[in-house]
Design a protein around this ligand. Structure first.
Ligand code: HEM
Length: 359
């Protein structure tokens, strides 16, 4: 596997049509759970264009902006529940249920499936817990998707945008989407719709707790230089990128890069986290500067596969992070930062737990 670490190279390769996103080109490569890999992350045009168009409408910024009161209310509800707790896990008590609630609302997932158990099943497919049988995880995942698709076919509960209902109709009434594509897309959105933003809130909170002067710029408390929330969220995305490596790519033909030959069929990993700390692009790259502008980071990717959920993720981050800091009040990490548990995932960079203690 080639690992590409410089900003300029990563950005150029994110738009390079000589790289394919089809894992079927690499014999023996296991891209994800069986039967669930026909989604837009693993597709080249024309399939990619078709699948992206079907999903994109639900995530356009205008529709996402309407979710703001719902995000705020849900965040407050979760924070109400932990108001009197001395020990809080920012991931388990707040970031995970908040972000999963939002993607469930957009997809139209029935309330009884919006549970920690569903989240665990999804997460186990990319970061299996030790001792867990992968076959059992896949069985649980397929059972979950069966229930979801069946509910939608019956015209079950409709909430939020109900993107899943629309996709089921697209697969039933026209040839727009096959059954395998439908199930793969549902799996993809349920997973990346929360794992990523959960990591933004987790990694972001950790960065703010370790940089109290910068955190004060965000909350406006004793701030010498307050900063716009949107600008701060961009810097948190750059500083500790929730998607550390871009998703699967391989060379569809041989490519010469900086004098090296990437042969046809070679896997190419684009290191987004590394690119976002490249000193040739970002002055003092290892410093958290919430007011950093310009900040043309690659945290959401670049080019044709640019993140569909970027507007949603930005809004969730902008609502949740200041609210969390305000309502937690004075807190400290419950254990040293270098002992915090990171999940062993290939693409994502996120904490399994972020325990804090109220002072
Ligand atoms: C802070 C949160 C998020 C980050 C950092 C993030 C990051 C990314 C990145 C880097 C890519 C491009 C990957 C590549 O080219 O290999 C991507 C694509 C994608 N993201 Fe996000 N994402 C976030 C939130 C979301 C949310 C909330 C959704 C909601 C559904 C979402 C859905 C997608 C989809 C469907 C794609 C594939 C687009 C395509 O292949 O055309 N993401 N994301």
């Amino acid at each position: 596997m080639w690992q590409i670490s410089r900003y300029e190279d990563v950005r150029a390769l994110l738009t390079d049509e000589r790289l394919s996103k089809d894992p079927g080109r690499v014999p023996g490569y296991v891209a994800g759970p069986s039967g669930l890999n026909r989604h837009l992350v693993h597709a080249d045009p024309p399939d990619h264009t078709r699948l992206r168009t079907l999903v994109n409408t639900a995530f356009v910024p205008r529709r996402i902006a309407q979710l703001e009161p719902f995000i705020t209310d849900t965040a407050h509800l979760l924070l109400d529940r932990i108001e009197t707790q001395v020990h809080v896990d920012v991931i388990g008590d707040f970031a995970a249920p908040l972000t999963f609630r939002m993607i469930c609302a957009i997809l139209g997932v029935p309330a009884e499936l919006d549970t920690a158990e569903t989240r665990d099943t999804l997460m186990a497919t990319i970061a299996p817990a030790p001792g867990l049988d992968p076959a059992r995880v896949e069985d649980a995942l397929h059972a979950l998707l069966d229930r979801l698709v069946t509910t939608k076919r019956k015209g079950g509960e409709e909430s939020g945008v109900d993107l899943l209902g629309a996709l089921v109709r697209a697969s039933d009434e026209s040839a727009a989407m096959s059954e395998e594509e439908l199930r793969s897309t549902a799996y993809l959105l349920l997973l990346v719709g929360h794992d990523t933003t959960m990591n933004l809130i987790g990694n972001g909170t950790l960065a703010l707790l370790r940089n109290p002067t910068e955190a004060a710029r965000l909350t406006g408390t004793a701030a010498p230089e307050p900063v716009a929330t949107a600008t701060a969220v961009e810097e948190l995305l750059r500083y500790d990128s929730p998607v550390r490596d871009a998703t699967f790519r391989c060379a569809a033909e041989s490519i010469v890069l900086d004098g090296q030959v990437i042969a046809e069929g070679d896997i190419v990993s684009l290191l987004i986290g590394s690119a976002n700390r490249d000193g040739h692009r970002f002055p003092e790259p290892d410093r958290l500067d919430l007011g950093r502008t310009p900040n043309d980071h690659l945290a959401f990717g670049y080019g044709p596969h640019f993140c569909i959920g970027a507007a949603l993720a930005r809004l969730e981050g902008a609502v949740a992070l200041p609210l969390l800091l305000q309502r937690l009040g004075s807190v400290a990490l419950a254990k040293p930062a270098d002992e915090l548990p990171w999940r062993p995932a290939r693409v994502m960079r996120g904490l399994a737990a972020l325990p804090v203690v109220r002072n």
